[in-house]
Design a protein around this ligand. Structure first.
Ligand code: FAD
Length: 376
């Protein structure tokens, strides 16, 4: 039986190993920090496909261009734009695929209030995968499902973090004409354990179960949205958490307290990209063009991506931009965040104390931590 072959800091939890295993011998299980890693059972026959697919992720040769066509974009549909995390580019691009009878795989909340990848083929499904959810999505066996649809000649869009898109390609082992992939600039994936701990505390404080979490709620504008989250409860109440009351985003955006270890040295940054299209916030767009309702940055990285973008253009407000601008507004494009050195301790402590107490204890960035984050 095979031993897990990577160090924890190298495994993104992309699940390509579990998807390729012919014996279903690999299950992704959570460690005590809430991050999933492959767990290999006795059903393993040592065929080594898991190790090969894992190595392949890092060697994928994409035909992506190295100077992507770059656009500032928003959806002309006000409702779509408001409900999207940046400008709603994803929804308009996805709609073109749906109109052609295609499917989209993306991240949705499940009935446990966690996030998982699902396949959708209609507008109602699209509304479930719209919006950024700031915790790691469970991939499950979605790559297998995507492969099956591709083999049936269905058009399929797949949206995920760059490491997940790389995982899909490694699993498929080739590109397909009927597959279009979207990645996004990724700051890093948070631990579902931290998220659950935060939710439990909100549920206790509000005596009701959480129904929905809307991160980057744009009610006070897009630029303030990273610190604004709307939470809906089963009893019909909703709360809007802003500034340092927005504890989950406070621990994510400042001290990097619960980001997956592999995100601290991400192998999937920069160019060439993995997706046919890359999505991001267009931070730094000049005030004359910014109505503060949300602007997506879209990088078109391939011919397939370009064809899709052309078809969606009617539904989008599009401004051509210079690719170099990405380096000014979005450091996460080509560099990894520094994980807090107390991250593991913080996540383990959540077994004993509430989320807010843990944030009080570990959430302040000490001068020492700032120095560590800058230089190490
Ligand atoms: C964890 C995370 C970190 C990010 N970091 C940055 C950043 O540093 N800089 C930046 O400019 N943009 C970042 N983004 C991307 C940004 O938040 C928007 O998703 C992007 O600009 C597209 O916005 P949109 O309005 O076009 O579409 P949206 O509707 O917001 O697009 C959502 C798409 O992202 C997918 N998605 C949502 N949550 C997850 C998840 N947890 N795992 C995998 N896929 C998911 C959905 O399936 C959907 O396909 C991040 C997104 C996530 C999920």
């Amino acid at each position: 039986m095979k031993e897990f072959w990577l160090r924890k800091e190298e495994c993104t939890g992309c699940a390509s190993c579990a998807n390729i295993c012919p014996k279903n011998a690999i299950e992704l299980k959570k460690d005590d920090c809430g991050f999933v890693y492959p767990n290999i059972s006795e059903a393993c026959v040592d065929c080594n496909l898991c190790v090969k697919v894992c190595e392949k992720r890092l060697k994928i040769k994409t035909s992506r261009i190295t100077e992507p066509y770059t656009y500032a974009v928003w959806s002309e549909d006000k409702d779509t734009r408001f409900k999207s995390t940046s400008g709603g580019a994803f929804s308009e691009l996805a709609r073109i695929i749906l109109k052609q009878g295609g499917y989209i795989a993306g991240a949705a909340y499940n009935d446990k209030n966690l996030v998982e990848h699902i396949l959708v083929n209609n507008e109602e499904g699209l509304s479930r995968i719209r919006q950024s959810k700031y915790l790691q999505s469970e991939i499950g066996f979605i790559y297998q499902e995507v492969k099956k649809l591709l083999a049936e000649n269905k058009l399929v869009g797949f949206c995920g973090a760059p490491c997940q898109v790389a995982g899909l390609y490694a699993f498929l082992d080739k590109d397909y004409d009927n597959l279009i992939t979207f990645d996004f600039i990724c700051r890093g994936m948070n631990s579902p354990k931290a998220y659950e701990s935060w939710l439990r505390e909100l549920e206790n404080q509000n005596s009701s179960k959480v129904l929905n979490v809307w991160f980057k709620y744009k009610v006070n504008g897009w630029k303030k949205s990273p610190r604004c989250t709307k939470v809906d409860f089963e009893n019909g109440n909703s709360i809007i958490l802003k500034g340092n009351k927005n504890l989950f985003m406070t621990g994510y955006l400042g001290p990097n307290l619960y980001i997956r270890p592999s995100c601290g040295n991400c192998d999937f940054k920069g160019i060439p990209r993995y997706g046919d299209i890359t999505l991001a916030d267009f931070w730094g767009i000049e005030p004359q063009l910014d109505d503060d309702k949300g602007t997506s940055m879209v990088l078109v990285n391939s011919v397939k991506g370009s064809k899709l973008f052309l078809l969606a253009e009617k539904q989008l407000h599009v401004i051509k931009r210079d690719f170099q601008e990405i380096f000014q507004g979005n450091v996460c494009f080509d560099s990894s965040v520094k994980i807090n050195s107390q991250s593991e301790e913080f996540l383990q402590k959540l077994d004993e104390i509430s989320f807010s107490r843990a944030i009080q204890k570990y959430g302040r960035i000490s001068i020492l931590e700032k120095i560590k984050q800058k230089f190490f």
